[in-house]
Design a protein around this ligand. Structure first.
Ligand SMILES: Nc1nc2c(c(=O)[nH]1)N[C@H]1C(S)=C(S)[C@@H](COP(=O)(O)OP(=O)(O)OC[C@H]3O[C@@H](n4cnc5c(=O)[nH]c(N)nc54)[C@H](O)[C@@H]3O)O[C@H]1N2
Ligand SMILES: Nc1nc2c(c(=O)[nH]1)N[C@H]1C(S)=C(S)[C@@H](COP(=O)(O)OP(=O)(O)OC[C@H]3O[C@@H](n4cnc5c(=O)[nH]c(N)nc54)[C@H](O)[C@@H]3O)O[C@H]1N2
Ligand SMILES: [Mo]
Length: 726
């Protein structure tokens, strides 16, 4: 039978073999974009694991104590129904919060919960913002109109690839050989990372910058491109708002018609007049310098050039800790390359205080050099099928849901403590290890402790389940019918149900279906999975029967090009370099260099800058219960420490150490080497507190700064110290 490996990763189609009702072997399905990985194959161990949850569990001790008793589904549903009704009666449906995470991107799992909570009262409080790619969202979406990039097949056509603050050798593992082909064809790979990562190892260039300093590097590179005349003037004029004029407040673009929000004005060199940017037969000037308007206005280009020039060589060297010559060489090579590409990949650099601006400046670099919209160039985040068509929710949601005040993931504990925006009486967590993956774990746990009734739905006992009042056992792949048509792969994969779930585990969909029946929600979830899969497939013009026959369908369109011919789905049709949306959050519409509060250059009480990395061991905490995988890696969460920093603290390679700050402590095993820049310590994502074979979570120390531009997860703007011992 066929299934899909669907945590937030590459969503491979898997082929599973069953003997005597037991999953015994996994191979790659026939239809895949690239090879599958050890975690996909380890699904045999996952599905069969003795650690799987088999019955609903009700807490019998205080949160975090790990004391539970098994109860029946009837009792579990009774409890849920009673708490939902009580919460609505006492404080309204907004007093019920829910959050869904990245544990399963299949279309019938988290969507079922989202739809369910819409039918309670006038809707519940969904936790807002995301801890993954909020930086990319806040940068790319307003500038380019949507997050889109070419298909991953196009990597091989690039001549110069920058891995900006991410590590695709690990996190896009199946596709990395395509980058190696770039090198084989004479091209260059460049990694920007404070750590000599697996991708840096494979690169010809490596800029070892300080964490959170990417914005300074980007602006300095832009300055090189502007001052050395390496920019593509024609592209900027034709396809971006660079020539548009900023009004005298500096907060808006100058409009020709106050009723038309995109009637941006440009200076026409032919007539010497200000005219609409999209008027016919005009010759817009990029700069107003030398025109009669130069003392009155500036163009977007003029201000960007000023902001970029603020990061001079000395500033770059201080802020980033690299030589200006190295930064200039990379800027020149990027600009001169025939096809140059920036891989952003939802990377670590955007989980920093000004990560939204760091991604935005990466987009400036592409637009200034015209490196966008052609085969082999562009700016990539995760890549995938949503560039072509987006699968919506297959379930009917309540159209009368009212907008609820925001409860932020990164600020959760503080908000719960102060009942802001509401007193929360109940919370449900599905597909997410909230108490391990949200920043500042102690803050999160305080919040979970205060909420009277917390429900977690998972396959395993997790750090989050430990802080819950009720834990519901969920079915795994091959135990439920589902489909994965998502933003992380171009393949639509069927998941077939061929195995009985262990004990009484049920799929998220089944749980929602039964609960909805009890709550009298009518027929909304009453159909079969096949019916809802059909709903998912409809926009793609694929029938359920076809998918059932083919198991997985390759949706790649060889002619797809993101932002082809300089067309952008923004209101003006141009790439918007001036982003008024940021102003609503109190930030200027053009990025300028700002140092993160928890920058290594501000280090005082805590002198080391901690960054996070993802490894082959897990996808976040998913797979962390599997002994075979764990035995291939470390027995404790590693902390990679520079030799001098370790010596200063009497730490030797292999010592147990504690990484700490005011937020909490993270116990690790020291790996002492010079792959990491002095002053920086590298921590590993995906471990959790107090469950099974795991150690502690690196989120115990991570920054949950709030608010930031884009309400970003700032885990990579974190200052810590480290000491020997537990
Ligand atoms: N094996 C594996 N693959 C995965 C995942 C996983 O957990 N495991 N998770 C998936 C998910 S959800 C995501 S979002 C992607 C993310 O995958 P990537 O986009 O590759 O992101 P990270 O692994 O977070 O990137 C970490 C790198 O960024 C560097 N870094 C940290 N802070 C900074 C900084 O301020 N500046 C710069 N320049 N570099 C910095 C770190 O040293 C590290 O090498 O991977 C996906 N793929
Ligand atoms: N310290 C630190 N924190 C980080 C990051 C970091 O680099 N460092 N990275 C951030 C990023 S990029 C991301 S995307 C997030 C990811 O954070 P999460 O979304 O919390 O990801 P996981 O830890 O994998 O938790 C997913 C859970 O879903 C469960 N699960 C799997 N399948 C199903 C299912 O079908 N139904 C249900 N109900 N549950 C299921 C799994 O067992 C697992 O416990 O973490 C963020 N947090
Ligand atoms: Mo992510």
């Amino acid at each position: 039978m066929y299934g899909c490996c669907s945590p937030e990763c590459q969503h491979h189609s898997l082929k599973g073999y069953v003997r005597d009702g037991k999953l015994v072997k996994i191979e790659a399905g026939e239809v895949n974009e690239c090879g599958i990985c050890p975690r996909g194959i380890a699904r045999v161990e996952m599905v069969n694991s003795d650690a799987r949850l088999t019955m609903p569990l009700k807490a019998t001790g205080p949160k975090g104590s790990g004391q539970f008793e098994e109860i029946s589904w009837d009792e579990a549903f009774d409890l849920m129904e009673q708490h939902i009704n009580d919460a609505v009666e006492s404080d309204g449906s907004q007093s019920i919060a829910y959050t869904v995470g990245s544990g399963n991107f299949s279309n019938l799992s988290t969507n079922a919960w989202r739809a369910f909570f819409s039918w309670i009262g006038d809707g519940c409080t969904m936790l807002s913002d995301n801890t993954c790619c909020a930086g990319i969202d806040a940068g790319m979406t307003p500038m380019l109109g949507k997050r889109a990039q070419a298909t991953r097949d196009q990597f091989v056509h690039s001549n110069y690839v920058i891995f900006w603050g991410n590590n695709p050798a690990i996190t896009l593992g199946g596709y990395f050989e395509r980058f190696e082909e770039v090198v084989a064809n004479g091209g260059t790979l460049c990694t920007i990372d404070p750590y000599y990562s697996e991708s840096a190892e494979k690169s010809q260039e490596w800029l070892q910058i300080y964490p959170s300093s990417d914005l300074a590097l980007g602006l300095h590179m832009l300055n090189t491109i502007i001052t050395e005349n390496l920019y593509d003037q024609d592209y900027l004029i034709a396809h971006t708002t660079a020539p548009c004029i900023i009004d005298q407040t500096g907060n808006n673009l100058l409009l020709g018609d106050s009723n038309n929000s995109t009637s941006y004005q440009v200076y026409d060199r032919r007539t010497g007049q200000l005219v609409a940017h999209d008027a016919q037969d005009i010759d817009p000037a990029l700069s107003l310098k030398g025109t009669q308007y130069e003392n009155q206005y500036q163009t977007v280009f003029d201000v960007i050039a000023e902001k970029a020039a603020e990061v001079d060589d000395a500033t770059l060297e201080t802020e980033c800790g690299i030589s200006a010559e190295d930064a200039k060489r990379v800027a020149r090579d990027y600009a001169h390359a025939e096809h140059a590409m920036i891989i952003q990949n939802m990377g670590g650099y955007q989980r920093t205080e000004f990560g939204a601006w760091a991604t935005a400046v990466g987009i400036y670099l592409a637009l200034f050099t015209g490196n966008i919209g052609h085969v082999g160039d562009g700016v990539y985040d995760a890549g995938g099928i949503n560039n072509i068509q987006t699968a919506g929710s297959p379930f009917q949601t309540n159209p009368n849901v009212t907008q609820k005040g925001s409860l932020h993931r990164v600020h959760f504990g503080e908000q719960i403590e102060s009942d802001d925006p509401y007193k929360i009486n109940m919370m449900l967590i599905a597909c997410q290890n909230f108490a391990a993956q949200m920043p500042n774990t102690n803050m999160v746990k305080r919040g979970l402790e205060k909420i009277p009734f917390v429900v977690t739905v998972d396959m395993f006992m997790t750090a989050t389940a430990q802080y819950s009042d009720l834990v519901l056992p969920v079915a795994a792949v091959f135990e439920k019918e589902d489909v994965t048509a998502s933003s992380r792969s171009n393949i639509i994969s069927l998941s077939e149900a061929g195995l009985e779930p262990p004990g009484q585990a049920k799929s998220d969909f089944e749980i929602v279906k039964e609960l909805s029946k009890r709550m009298g929600f009518g027929d909304i979830f009453s159909d079969t999975p096949a019916h809802y899969i059909e709903n998912v497939l409809r926009p793609y013009n694929i029938s359920y029967d076809r998918l059932k026959g083919e198991k997985a369908i390759d949706m790649r369109d060889p002619n797809w090009l993101a932002f082809k011919d300089g067309n952008f789905p923004t209101a003006s049709g141009k790439a918007e370099l001036f982003v008024t949306r940021w102003e609503n959050q109190g930030f200027p519409p053009i990025p300028e260099y700002r140092r993160a509060e928890e920058s290594i250059l501000n280090a005082d009480k805590y002198p080391l800058a901690a960054v996070q990395r993802k490894t082959y061991r897990t996808i976040h905490t998913t797979f962390s219960q599997l002994e075979t995988l764990q035995k291939m890696f470390d027995d404790r969460p590693p902390a990679i420490i520079n030799t001098e920093d370790a010596q200063d603290r009497g730490i030797a390679n292999g010592d147990i150490v504690t990484v700490f700050n005011d937020r909490g402590e993270h116990v690790c095993r020291a790996k002492v080497n010079d792959r990491v820049k002095k002053g920086v310590i590298v921590l590993e994502n995906g471990w959790q507190d107090g469950v099974g074979i795991d150690g502690t979570s690196s989120s115990n120390v991570t920054n949950n700064a709030f608010p930031t531009l884009g309400t970003i997860h700032t885990c990579n703007s974190t200052l810590v110290d480290v000491r020997k011992g537990e």
